[in-house]
Design a protein around this ligand. Sequence first.
Ligand code: NAI
Length: 341
Amino acid sequence: MKKNKVVLIPGDGIGPEITEATKKVISAAGADIDWLEKKAGIAAIKEGKDVLPEDTLEAIEHYKIALKGPCTTPVGKGFRSINVQLRKKLDLYAAVRPVRNFPEIKSRFDNVDLVIVRENTEGLYSGVENEITPGVVMSMKVATRVACTRIARWSFRYATIRNRKKITVFHKANIMKLTDGLFIECAKEIHETEYPNIEYEEVIIDAGCMKLVQDPSQFDILLLENLYGDVVSDLCAGLVGGLGVVPGANIGEKQSVFEAVHGSAPDIADQNTANPLALIMSAVMMLNHISKSKNDEYKMAANKIKQGYNQALSDGKKTRDLGGELGTDEFAQAIIERLNG
Ligand code: NAI
């Protein structure tokens, strides 16, 4: 069987540690992947390259799949987020982030099973910011019918394929009548004309957040524009044990980039303490995505890894963010030792 080539972006902060751990787990699970390592973010700047080098972009365009560690973005100054640039340049318009409880991870709820779908290319992330005059600045929120419709259609199709029952849009169309108004108008139209059998509801986001922390089981798929999706993803991570356990994928028509929801966690970088699980789970999503049949090596490796980390957690093997004592490498090793049951 022909090896799949996957672009690997180690990223910044904890990125290199967790991508290394993830690579080891994937290899031990028997998925034969030819990794093509490319730099982005601070790591690229340190090598004298652009923050998002052309060869990194070209590699993803060519090979279609990437596994990415988090990249640092300076606050309030400096270069534009490479994460945002990458999503925009490759038109990775759907960020999908499953959020589920692990029975072995203590959290406030034991019945969370949500999927967050975030529109990844528009909203306030368009990067159109201006200083009108000193002391007066503005940021433009952009919504287009094309992008609002395609993310809505993607969500309903995903719901159908995954046998999900309900889509809830969080919005603020009472205030942003045009932009958020267009977002819900498009979602409603797709529901009514193409997917009437999937339940659909609209909830104003402030009340939605309150409902989420009171009883997350009332939601199934959450569909959000870019900024709301960013914020609500971390909120939902907090419902199931934190950022160390929520994976993600950025999906486009041509390419897909798999990455955890969390950032580069500079506060714990280079200490072998970061939890690699969210990236390992993102890699499982990637293996399922590239798998072509129910029993090819990628599907089998994905299943093995899943059962490996579930077993490791039920044996009490945890990193510090989850109340355990294992380091990044030790936790990856605990998974590797449990890949075959
Ligand atoms: P963060 O997600 O990096 O960290 C928030 C908190 O969660 C920190 O206390 C951190 O130690 C902890 N944490 C995160 N991931 C963890 C893991 N795997 N294991 C254990 N603990 C973990 O968010 P923050 O601090 O707001 O951002 C740091 C940098 O990351 C910024 O430069 C930001 O722009 C960037 N970022 C990058 C993202 C990406 O590459 N997709 C996404 C989010 C933020």
